[in-house]
Design a protein around this ligand. Sequence first.
Ligand SMILES: Nc1ncnc2c1ncn2[C@@H]1O[C@H](COP(=O)(O)OP(=O)(O)O)[C@@H](O)[C@H]1O
Ligand SMILES: [Mg+2]
Length: 409
Amino acid sequence: MLDNEKKSPFQPEMPVSPEKFEGREEIIEKNLPFIYQSLQGHPTHFFIKGKRGMGKTSLADYFKNMAEIKYKMLTVHVFNDGVHNMDSLIQQIVERLLNEINRETWAEKILKTFKKHVKSVEFFSTKIEFHPDDETMKFLKDNFPFFLEEIIDKINHEKEGLFIIIDDINGLSETPEFANWYKSFADTISTGIIELPLVMLLTTYPENAQKLYNFNPSFNRLFKHIEVKGLRYFEVEDFFNKIFRHMGMNVEKEAMDLMVRFSSGLPNMMQEIGDGVFWSNNDNTISKDDALKGIIRSGEEIGVKYLQTALDKSIRSENYLNIFRALGNDFKEHDLTVEYTFRKKDFANKLTDKENKAFSKFLSRAKELKIIEYAEGYKSGVYTFTNNLYPIYFLIQYLEYENNLNKVN
Ligand SMILES: Nc1ncnc2c1ncn2[C@@H]1O[C@H](COP(=O)(O)OP(=O)(O)O)[C@@H](O)[C@H]1O
Ligand SMILES: [Mg+2]
């Protein structure tokens, strides 16, 4: 096969496809029955919380896939990052719903009624657009449960229920509007006046969930809470094994250990590293050397994708960058089988006076930006990177910097 015909089985940029989905068995076992229960007309609200890249969207997608295939539900996935108000949320949900229906063979007879009643719905050949006027908007917001009831009623012969994901409600946690609206929406559909076979699934970062709770303390009571945390060692190992074996490749033990440890249980890192190793390797065996090359390659990717945004102006001063490079250089000598930790005083004679002076401020800023943290199980003053790939990124930066200096001289 030509190199440019190689295709990576890893998915560092997307939610994982269900057949490659790894782990989370307990969460799935515990929560699938609630989806089934919803079909009897008792709506369920799920709230998935987790850090960026931890696998919220992937888990939501996994449930969605089950809802479609196993429970014959109509599903919509609304991506809500950046949306800050209720109007755009409602607009998006309705538009997505209509488009999902539009994909079905039985769409015509249902959409016909909308064509008659809602003039704000525009029908193009492949896509439906929904531009409600203020009045329609207000009506929908106030009567959302009844709007959903109507939809469910219409699709009743074809689908068992409705499954709606509102992904990344981050923007909606800035004001009380959403928390209050959602509370009253959920209350209305739990009274038993209407029985909706409905599943709602929300996702966000833990700190935003807290904000919503602060706005409306009853908000939390509405949900089945799901916290997504890091994957376990054997799960990450399993993931690599399955994918590489499927391609007829063998992973040497040392290589596996490196890949798993550098993933630090983070699904996004696991995908990045898998991808890096895939592209670095060119035979049927992943050796330790391939793994290292791949990890370095993914360290670069991660720097660009995750770290450069964190490296905002406040930490891009030349002093700080030199400290980062010094850390990267220090990391080079480090035994990869143990966690990398550092103390300020280790650097005293590796930095200039100016840089040494800046060190304390550097530490607190880097901590604020969540690039470093206190190392667990040590006395204070010992730090570690929050992600094992960050020091690799700084090491690469250091090597490039040295390289450029050499060129100049
Ligand atoms: N259970 C999983 N198994 C395999 N890969 C996963 C899993 N969960 C997430 N990923 C991968 O991790 C990355 C981040 O996942 P994503 O679901 O987008 O996280 P989040 O929504 O929390 O930011 C993606 O590349 C995705 O493919
Ligand atoms: Mg996501």
